[in-house]
Design a protein around this ligand. Structure first.
Ligand SMILES: [Zn+2]
Length: 359
């Protein structure tokens, strides 16, 4: 027994000296294997325990455990000591210059042209005192159509055929066909009036909208910005002034606007709004040739607008005898196309980096 105990003592002494002298973490790991590993020194000493009488084994086992604990503790201390030493060396060395350029610059990302146009449009209306509002893309028929003066059999609904939420996925009590993907951002008009509960209301709502068609000029998902202004004494002159100011801010200082009579169920009177062509400056000719962008007319159709129909105001909880308002809506894809000279709608959604990296 005495033999084994002195071997254990010798092992502990050797471990203390070796661990204190270990130069790095790799050296420490080698020492751990040497002393405590499966074929290490401690295991070898313990193999001799089999020859001891049963009564002496607990004593040797106890010492062996104490030695193992001590060596483990020394290894952990050694690791901490080496880490501290490495950190001190780093702090004492030359400072890292964070202003230096990287060796290989990562290519910078680009905002998508739709995102850029949405942000630009929102920023202009924010300066005019408009708040940005949002609403759900999965909408109730009532907000999307009925509240906007489009009852179930209204012919204008045909132009906005959309996607409906399947009956089996609806909650109990929800009428089939009453939940759909919104076809325009206009439902946010009634939602905002109901949320605020009173005039004045001045909001714009950018967002995704859906219709079930797809070709060169139509995508089943596209983007709109809706605007609504309601207060006492709002007139068509306010609408014209607001949109003229917007057109100058978005397309450039010299931009002119033109209002043509039109029809929307939720505004009365209604207008299509054109701006002078951004390519030919409204002359219809470019470099002696016919301007293709405006088809030689000098005008570009950019948005729809009008005075909010009294019934829509009432649906939003606003007293239509005291208040009037105007609303307008524009397609973001088209606004970006005109500003950046993009000629195919599908480019927006193909995620071709050659296209996207130009913005
Ligand atoms: Zn033109």
């Amino acid at each position: 027994m005495a033999d084994l105990l002195s071997q254990l003592e010798a092992l502990a002494t050797g471990a203390r000296a070796a661990i204190a002298a270990a130069p790095d973490e790799k050296g420490l790991e080698e020492l751990r294997v040497r002393f405590l590993g499966k074929k290490g020194e401690l295991s070898q000493v313990l193999r001799g325990m089999g020859q001891l009488p049963a009564g002496e084994r607990p004593r040797v086992g106890e010492v062996a455990n104490r030695v193992r604990d001590e060596v483990e503790g020394l290894l952990a201390d050694g690791k901490r000591r080496l880490e501290t030493k490495a950190l001190e060396a780093e702090l004492a060395g030359a400072p890292i210059d964070v202003t230096l350029a990287g060796r290989r610059l990562l290519p910078r990302g680009h905002r998508h042209p739709i995102t850029r146009a949405t942000e630009d449009i929102s920023a202009i209306f924010a300066r005019l005192g408009y708040e940005v509002a949002s609403g759900p893309e999965i909408e109730l028929d009532w907000f999307n159509f009925e509240a906007l003066n489009l009852p179930p059999d209204h012919p204008a609904r045909d132009m906005q055929d959309t996607f409906y939420v399947e009956e089996s996925t609806l909650r109990a009590g929800v009428k089939p066909g009453s939940v759909l993907l919104r076809t325009h951002t206009s439902p946010v008009q009634v939602r905002s009036m109901k949320r605020l509960g009173k005039a004045p209301v001045r909001i714009i709502c950018p967002g995704r909208v859906y219709r079930s068609d797809y070709d060169q000029t139509h995508s089943p998902m596209f983007h709109q910005v809706e605007g609504l202004c309601v207060d006492e004494g709002i007139t068509f002159a306010d609408l014209k002034g607001t949109l003229a100011a917007f057109a100058r801010a978005y397309f450039g200082p010299g931009t002119r606007t033109r209002f043509r009579p039109s029809y929307f169920p939720f505004t009365e009177p209604s207008a299509e709004v054109d701006v002078s062509c951004t390519i030919c400056g409204g002359t219809g000719r470019k470099d002696g040739k016919r301007c293709g962008t405006c088809k030689e007319t000098g005008w570009l159709e950019v948005l729809g607008a009008g005075m909010v129909h009294p019934r829509v105001l009432e649906n939003g909880g606003i007293d239509s005898k005291r208040h009037t308002g105007f609303a307008f809506g524009m397609g973001v894809e088209r606004m970006a196309m005109l500003r950046y000279g993009i000629d195919d709608l599908r480019l927006y959604f193909e995620n071709d980096l050659r296209f996207l990296s130009q913005f």
